[in-house]
Design a protein around this ligand. Structure first.
Ligand code: BMA
Length: 824
């Protein structure tokens, strides 16, 4: 039996709806409050009567199956990092260690420890052993009694240990190799196969990742190594309580159009251990918004939720939360106090954010299909950013500082959004906290990618628990603007990636709808009404729904989002790119800088064709594809010094990647406000990919460790709020001024003049693109070094050659500057 994870979908029991108290009953309320406080005190309730928590973080005993390896292992942590920290293995990222250390993930490891119960057990009605995350398949025992099993690293497991806990306890987590478990699950699925069986050999990975609810890329990816970890990867603790315990607490904001008022929905999920209902009062206070409301509630025995709706005082001006580049990320301090007739008082401090999000899919004049764009706080926003993958193969190495560095780099490059891609993990709370703080919107995938998935009962049950847990954990974050069912699985079926015979297709479509629509979507819609849901990426959105959730062509440019990769055409040629509604993935590879590679290689590896260079390239033919692109525009490095040649090649791959991505991204940005041959209205550019999981060639713009590739510097420019773009089409030069600003932008065309010997230097400055800039000094005789030019740079120096004596003062007085934008 699995542990009692968060109940899927809906509250286990229905709760009597809380009632809001009117102002007229204020005195009654006060009396009631005093009475409740008095009763609660008599019953021994106070902050001191609250739950007792004993953390089990720290050092555990760790051993492999036959006992030949025994060591101390940190919790949270995993076997690989424990072995590395104790010096039993080298850096797993060094050279070929990913394959050398395959044995670690094929073994079955056990974590164990003893602990003393720091409280009198008899005083507590309920004691739980809680794991915030177990990676992945394990049997959990305490004092030799099996509590249950875990099979999903994205779930939270809570085991009732009230009857088994003693003064001194022995807890064990016996892992089974994720690789053997996945293989076994696939063998047991006898009726039909669920592809893909294995990753392509170039990835040197493990098989059947889709049969285990674990980070899918930990079995290898086209940019990452195979490290199918085992470990207790999140917090673990004992919690003892009487009466009740608050398990989840979340806030979502809504703008009620009819009342022109913001409101907050507060959901609290409790476990009530008393046999009788518990009544009480909940007070919500947001001082800065002069909002205070009190509700009377009644908690029924068992697990269930209460939902409170707080209307924000209309006379307070609410500042909304805005994405980076569009305004401030204002949040309001809020206190929620639960005063119950029995038990203790709970005070929750949180931040309330106010923002709305709509995914707009509506007809566009002059274009077949539907739009696909985000409206934030009523304003259409062009989504600029990238795709996020796990920052490390070993999640316990991902610190707050790691996240901050990467996310801040995204914001510094003028990004306003990231997509948390479905082959990784639901990120840690701190990730979303930072995004809230710096205005990075999150497109949140559920963790399914590039595969078909089984839907048998146990598997579905586990996923249902996973989905409700993750939505409850994350829905308070204003940064999250979209839930998305999976990565590329609609496309996988539609384009038949796995060569499924036509006659068998129905089975897989049925599974698809069962998983993403009838389960995941249903749960999301029940748990969170504050943001949109799409079933897949890429998708045709409403058109896919109309076609039974799997469109004929999910890459259709007239609907939804697209993923686009083309390594054979010239990537500097903008005509190869799809004029899509929303580009949610596109990219080109490059090599990370030499300093990054150097840390995990030795001198013999430092050539483009070394075994090491081949080994780190997980995308079939990837190194050659980069050279082929290079050859189109550059002379390939010829140095006779092999290291110089390697470094030159690395540099050129980065130049090439940066220029290709600039061309493609600018194309998407200038396609924003036009429809050409029925295509256009592009409202998003999320390139593949922001960060790296290790030191290897990939599509990333940030190297492992956070160093900016040239692409990231380019991104800072091609995502700038004001972007001048010029491109040529059949002999005509088109010039676009792309703006994300909320107000019309006035150009300021400025010049200063100075004299050097007998020539004059004009320094021109502009705040936006200036086409056909003309300098005129009236009747002063002479000529400029250049004139009538397109000014794409902020600053340009032009020389004036006088034909008769003149002065700076005279030139300044006579100078007029004109460009096309001045013509009215
Ligand atoms: C897309 C992504 C990833 C992959 C990338 C580059 O398909 O969803 O699966 O890493 O392309 O190939």
């Amino acid at each position: 039996m699995a542990g009692s994870a968060a109940p899927p979908g809906q509250p286990a029991r229905s709760w009597r709806p809380p009632c809001r108290l009117s102002a007229g009953r204020a005195l009654l309320l006060l009396l009631l409050l005093l009475l409740l406080l008095a009763t609660a005190r008599r019953a021994g309730a106070s902050a001191a009567g609250g739950p007792e928590v004993r953390s089990l973080r720290g050092s555990w005993r760790l051993g492999n199956a036959n006992g030949s390896v025994v060591l101390r292992g940190e919790v949270p942590g995993c076997v690989h990092t424990a072995l590395h920290r104790r010096g039993l293995i080298q850096d797993p990222y060094y050279r070929f260690n990913d394959v050398m250390y395959r044995w670690i993930s094929l073994d079955n490891w056990t974590y164990s420890r003893t602990f003393k119960t720091p409280f009198d057990i008899r005083k507590w009605q309920k004691v739980n052993l809680i794991f915030e995350g177990v990676d992945t398949v394990a049997q959990i025992l305490i004092n030799n009694v099996t509590l249950g099993r875990t099979d999903n690293m994205f779930n939270r497991y809570s085991f009732d240990i009230t009857s088994v806990i003693k003064e001194v306890n022995f807890v064990e987590v016996r892992f089974l190799s994720a690789v053997s478990y996945a293989a076994e699950q696939s063998r047991c699925h006898k009726v039909y196969s669920i592809p893909p069986a294995c990753p392509p050999p170039v990835q040197k990975g493990e098989c059947h990742a889709n049969f285990i609810r674990k980070e899918q890329c930990s079995f290898s990816w086209d940019w990452g190594p195979s490290f199918p970890t085992q470990g207790i990867w999140k917090d673990v603790r004992i919690e003892a309580y009487n009466h009740y315990r608050l398990i989840y607490f979340s806030l979502t904001s809504f703008f009620v159009k009819s009342a022109q008022q913001w409101s907050l929905e507060i959901e609290s999920i409790f476990d009530v251990v008393s046999s009788k209902p518990i009544a009480g009062l909940v007070t919500v206070n947001i001082p800065k918004l002069q909002t205070q409301q009190t509700f009377s509630v009644r908690l029924q025995p068992g697990e269930g939720s209460i939902v409170l709706l707080v209307n924000i005082n209309k006379s307070s001006a609410v500042e909304a939360w805005w994405p980076n580049g569009h305004g401030k990320q204002t949040g309001y301090n809020m206190t929620t106090t639960f005063i119950m007739e029995a038990g203790y008082q709970i005070e929750k401090f949180s931040k309330a954010y106010f923002r709305t999000v709509e995914l707009v899919q509506e007809p566009i004049p002059g274009s077949p299909g539907l739009s696909f764009y985000f409206r934030i706080n009523g304003r259409p926003i062009f989504i600029k950013g990238s795709n996020w993958i796990p920052a490390d193969s070993f999640q316990d190495r991902v610190t707050y500082d790691t996240l901050w560095l990467l996310l801040k780099s995204a914001a510094d490059a003028n990004m306003n959004a990231l997509r948390v891609w479905g082959g990784g993990v639901y990120e840690q709370d701190e990730f979303y906290d930072i995004c809230d703080e710096i205005g990075i919107m999150i497109w949140q995938d559920f963790m399914f990618a590039c595969a078909l998935y089984p839907t048998d009962k146990n598997y579905l049950e586990s996923i249902r628990a996973e989905v409700s847990h993750q939505v409850r954990r994350l829905k308070s974050h204003p940064s999250i603007i979209l839930w998305s069912g999976n990565n590329e699985n609609e496309a996988a079926i539609a384009s038949n990636w796995f060569s499924i015979p036509y006659a068998d297709k129905e089975v897989y479509i049925k599974d698809y709808v069962m998983l993403y629509v009838k389960n995941i979507r249903e749960i999301v819609l029940t748990e969170d009404k504050s943001r949109p849901f799409i079933a897949s990426s890429p998708t045709n959105g409403l058109e896919s729904v109309k076609e039974g959730w799997i469109s004929q062509n999910p890459y259709d440019t007239h609907y939804g989002d697209t993923h686009f990769y083309d390594y054979s055409n010239d990537c500097w040629n903008w005509t190869v790119y799809p004029k899509t509604r929303f580009a949610s993935e596109y990219g080109f590879q490059s090599w990370p800088s030499f300093s990054t590679i150097e840390k995990v290689s030795s001198a013999e590896d430092w050539s483009y064709t070394s075994n090491f260079s081949l080994h780190r390239q997980h995308h079939e033919n990837g190194n050659d594809q980069m050279l082929q692109q290079l050859e189109r525009h550059f002379k390939l490095p010829q140095s006779t010094d092999p290291i110089k040649k390697f470094k030159d090649t690395i540099y050129l791959t980065q130049v090439m990647q940066a220029q290709c991505m600039k061309t493609e991204t600018e194309f998407y940005r200038f396609s924003q406000s036009e429809i050409i041959k029925g295509e256009g209205h592009t409202m998003g550019a999320l390139y593949w990919q922001l960060n790296d999981i290790w030191q290897a060639p990939s599509w990333a713009s940030l190297e492992y460790g956070g160093k900016w590739k040239l692409l990231h510097y380019f991104a800072q420019n091609f995502f700038a709020p004001l972007l001048p773009v010029a491109y040529e089409d059949k002999g005509v030069l088109y010039i676009y001024g792309v703006s994300d600003l909320h107000v019309d932008h006035k150009l300021s065309l400025r010049a200063s003049v100075s004299q050097r010997d007998d020539i004059y230097i004009f320094v021109l400055q502009t705040t936006a693109i200036a086409p056909f800039v003309s300098l005129d000094v009236g009747s002063i005789k002479g000529r400029f070094s250049d004139n009538g030019f397109l000014m794409t740079e902020k600053k340009k120096v032009v020389v004036f050659y006088p034909w008769e004596p003149t002065s700076v003062e005279e030139l300044e007085k006579s100078l007029t500057l004109t460009s096309l934008v001045d013509v009215v």
